[in-house]
Design a protein around this ligand. Structure first.
Ligand code: ADP
Length: 280
């Protein structure tokens, strides 16, 4: 069993330091996430708005996190933007790649993980990270919707489900309907034809998850597996995909309850590191 990661980032805390408040914002393709940390470790507030780059999502996520923390923007020591839409976010002190932030966030949320699988709304990445959260190497699929959150959203829509309902459907599956197409558009037709045959919906969802797992496992194997393995990104909230990937890779996968916030968490840690080195 993977270790349980329920207390985010506590290992990074340095109680001797003056209090620093840093905010990380992850402007994603589908969702905007914010995390405010005290001293680079202690969670003060977070927000998650299901609207991504080019929408009001980023500013709503910022406002919501500040309100939850009872803080004003001026009280923050650093604001760090990451994610697909990071360059369009105004008012950031630092703009940092999502790879670096996911590595930092994963190391803080799941101390010790060495391989991180991040599946977001429109891409999938596999990272090797050092024990300090430094990115060592990575591979990314951002060319094709298959194996990303987008694939799951398309399939959920055909099944008249929300993505948040997929894991529960999968749990009740007794078999698996094989989805052979690797392309999202062809897989969509395949799922529609399976529906026409009245196959069991639970087994169909299990087949959809297996298809994501097979694709992701290919990416993981190309980079190589260094254990322990952890998963970040919104798709990590889908326990069906996590289970299917564990089976495909033959290894346990750790997931933090804050998996979707990992990039924002890492961005807040990055801002803290920067501020701390400026002060030293
Ligand atoms: P991005 O940063 O590109 O916006 P995220 O890492 O936020 O992507 O992940 C978005 C994806 O997470 C969605 O496409 C969806 O598939 C998945 N997702 C979001 N919320 C849930 C949930 N409650 N249960 C399962 N999957 C979810």
């Amino acid at each position: 069993m993977p270790p349980e990661y329920t207390r985010p980032g506590t290992t990074l805390r340095e109680s001797t330091m003056a209090e620093l408040l840093t905010l990380g914002i992850d402007v994603g393709s589908t969702t905007s996430k914010c995390v405010i940390l005290r001293d680079g470790a202690e969670l003060v507030a977070s927000s998650l708005i299901p609207a991504g780059t080019g929408t009001s999502g980023p500013s709503r996520a910022l406002t919501s996190a500040l309100e939850e923390a009872g803080l004003k923007r001026e009280q923050l020591h650093a604001v760090t933007a990451t994610g697909y839409g990071r360059n369009g976010f105004e008012g950031a002190d630092h703009i940092v790649s999502e790879l670096s932030c996911h590595a930092l966030g994963a190391a803080a949320l799941m101390p010790g993980v060495r391989t991180v699988v991040d599946i977001g709304g429109q891409d999938a990445k596999v990272l090797h990270v050092s024990s300090e959260g430094k990115l060592e190497s990575f591979l990314m699929n951002d060319k094709c919707a298959a194996g990303t959150g987008r694939f799951l959203e398309v399939m959920a829509r055909i099944l008249e489900l929300d993505v948040s309902e997929l894991a529960e459907m999968d749990e009740k599956a007794t078999g698996r309907v094989n989805i052979s197409s690797t392309c999202t558009v062809f897989a969509e037709s395949e799922v529609i034809s399976q529906l026409a045959k009245n196959v069991d919906l639970h087994d169909l969802v299990a087949g959809i998850h297996a298809s994501v797992a097979v694709r992701t496992a290919g990416l993981v194997r190309r980079l190589g597996i260094t254990r322990p393995v952890g998963m970040t990104g919104g798709v990590a909230r889908n326990a069906g995909v996590v289970r299917a990937l564990e089976k495909e890779l033959g290894t346990d996968i750790a997931v933090s309850p804050m998996a979707q916030l990992a990039g924002a968490f890492g961005a807040a840690v990055y801002g803290w590191n920067k501020k701390r080195s400026e002060l030293n």
